[in-house]
Ligand binder design. Structure first.
Ligand code: GLN
Length: 535
């Protein structure tokens, strides 16, 4: 049977939650026993977001196979059973790179290489190639309808639907239906215009998801349907919800899954979302306690910069029946006012990953505060590295110890460049990326969490613990709880005598799911609850 495609576009404004909608539709289809894949198309010219500042792009999500990708892939993995790879994220940069390389090899010899058909054909072939052995493939197109850079992607999906036939492909458009306070009215015009814009380029939405603060009356839905050239039942209300994991349930209430499956002529089983409702949505809505976690970062103003970290904390909370209250602390503020001012009262302290010198000293101070006051601590990647720097300076007496990333002339380079990184000249896609095995030492916090000797977690770094300092760290009470056996790279450090202090070189947040939390996040939250209770 032919593969089926769902093309998701967005209109009126950005940040409508297309990624969440795509992930939620994926969830709904999986709940009916259908194998799905989700692909994100991003219209920017970077080959991948790996070289972008978090302020430009938000978090860079790392896949198992080491691709640096859009954070929407994180939603796809958190909501569904999909393990995304390099091919789940198609960018304009990747498409042009491929077309231009072919042109140089002479593959289009004699032809003029053009956006249509060469770029659009390349997009179509990348989408088809990425689809894998799945029954339904959801293709989310980034950006907003009307953006110049998104046009080749829209043209490609227009052609694809024509080729595949209307039983095998659907266009789902997500739009905004705002409530205008001054008029006291819900307005449908922006949606009409957005759909008009799509129809101008030959795309007629089959289903419309209307993002709205207020419930949409039957009359409003009929009006939207009439002016957007659709059936009333295909206009779906996507009301704001406080918990993102509730989105699949809200969409299901309106039978979105049945509408999709019917239109695609797919046979389906009854839907089973009981576990999700019970273990995720209801558990999150009924916490037995609260716990405060301070996240000490430098991109804390931006909601999306530490997306997977915040989600993983939430997952740890759900598992422990606790509402996690996240205090976002700017590490540069700690440099000015001291750690205590911001971190007193925290049940746990987390330092996430990062790059560059700015804010480093504040992170070092936060790690020291957690160590000395025996507050549960989770340091991730740069967070582990700053904990190492702090320990070197203050517990080992190595004054001025640092990472060579921040001070190449430091007398005590406790964090130094990975040897394979020395030869690398290009910046894009060249870090130590993706999943590598980590061997755990029994009777450690990490082993107790994972309960396994070998775990696979995802990486994104150029620097590592400098093994020359192992002895002195050991003698002062550091436990090397996890090692990458092939090169003896330190993956996890702990501190003897501290109730819960873990620094890991990898990023456990990328594999955390609401119904299957990362073991480290789960136990970190548990320790934070215990610490709170003991005060
Ligand atoms: N900048 C550090 C490194 O490259 C840490 C990276 C990170 O936190 N992801 O090793």
């Amino acid at each position: 049977m032919a593969k089926k495609y769902l093309f998701i576009t967005g209109g009126v404004v950005s940040s409508l939650g297309k990624g969440l909608a795509s992930a939620s539709i994926g969830k709904l289809l999986e709940a009916r026993g259908i194998k799905v894949n989700i692909i994100k198309c991003d219209p920017y010219i970077n080959v991948d977001p790996g070289t972008m500042n978090p302020y430009q792009h938000g978090e860079v999500y790392v896949t198992e196979d080491g691709a640096e990708t859009d954070l929407d892939l994180g939603h796809y993995e958190r909501f569904t059973s999909i393990t995304t790879t390099h091919s789940n994220n198609i960018t304009t940069g990747k498409v042009y790179y491929s077309v231009i390389s072919k042109e140089r090899k002479g593959e289009y010899l004699g032809g003029t290489v053009q956006v249509i058909p060469h770029i659009t054909n390349e997009i179509k072939s990348m989408i088809k190639k990425s689809s894998g052995k799945h029954k339904v493939v959801i293709v989310e197109i980034g950006g907003t309808v009307g953006d110049i850079e998104g046009l080749p992607f829209l043209e490609a999906i227009r052609q694809l639907k024509l080729e595949l036939g209307s039983k095998n492909a659907l266009n789902i458009h997500i739009s905004l239906v705002p409530f205008i306070k001054a008029a006291g009215e819900i307005k449908t015009k922006p949606t009409q215009h957005s759909v008009g814009k799509l129809r101008e380029i030959g795309i007629q939405p089959d289903i419309l998801l209307c993002r709205t603060e207020k419930s949409l009356s039957k009359k409003i839905k009929e009006k939207i349907a009439l002016f957007c050239n659709m059936d009333d039942e295909d206009v779906i209300e996507a009301r704001d919800v406080s918990d993102i994991y509730n989105v699949p349930l809200v969409l299901k209430e309106q039978k979105l899954d049945e509408i999709i499956l019917r239109k695609l002529r797919l046979k389906y089983k009854g839907s089973d979302l009981r576990e999700w409702r019970k273990n995720v949505v209801d558990a999150a809505a009924n916490p037995a306690r609260q716990v405060r976690i301070a996240v000490v970062g430098k991109y804390i103003q931006l909601q999306d910069a530490y997306k997977s970290i915040y989600e993983a904390l939430k997952h740890g909370g759900i598992n422990n029946r606790a509402e996690v209250i996240i205090d976002k602390v700017d590490s540069e503020d700690i440099e000015k006012k001291g750690a205590e001012f911001f971190l007193k009262g925290a049940g746990g302290i987390l330092i996430p990953g990062g790059f560059g010198n700015r804010g480093i000293e504040g992170k070092v101070m936060a790690a020291g505060y957690a160590r000395e006051n025996k507050i549960p601590f989770l340091g991730i990647c740069l967070g582990m590295q700053t904990a190492v720097i702090e320990f070197a300076r203050n517990a080992c007496g190595l004054k001025g110890a640092n990472s060579t990333e921040f001070n190449s002339k430091t007398k005590y380079p406790v964090i130094s460049l990975l040897s394979e990184q020395r030869k690398i000249k290009h910046k894009g896609g060249t870090m130590r990326l993706g999943a590598y095995p980590c061997r755990l030492r029994p009777k450690t916090i990490a082993f107790d969490a994972y309960k396994k000797r070998t775990v696979y977690e995802r990486h994104r770094h150029r620097y590592e613990f400098n093994n020359k300092y192992r002895k002195v760290f050991l003698s002062k009470g550091v436990v090397f709880a996890g090692i990458y056996p092939a090169s003896n790279l330190v993956e996890i450090i702990e501190i003897k005598g501290h109730p819960w202090f873990v620094g890991c070189q990898f990023h456990p947040e990328f594999k955390s799911k609401p119904d299957k939390p990362s073991p480290l996040f789960r136990d970190f939250i548990k320790a934070a609850i215990q610490y709170n209770g003991s005060k």
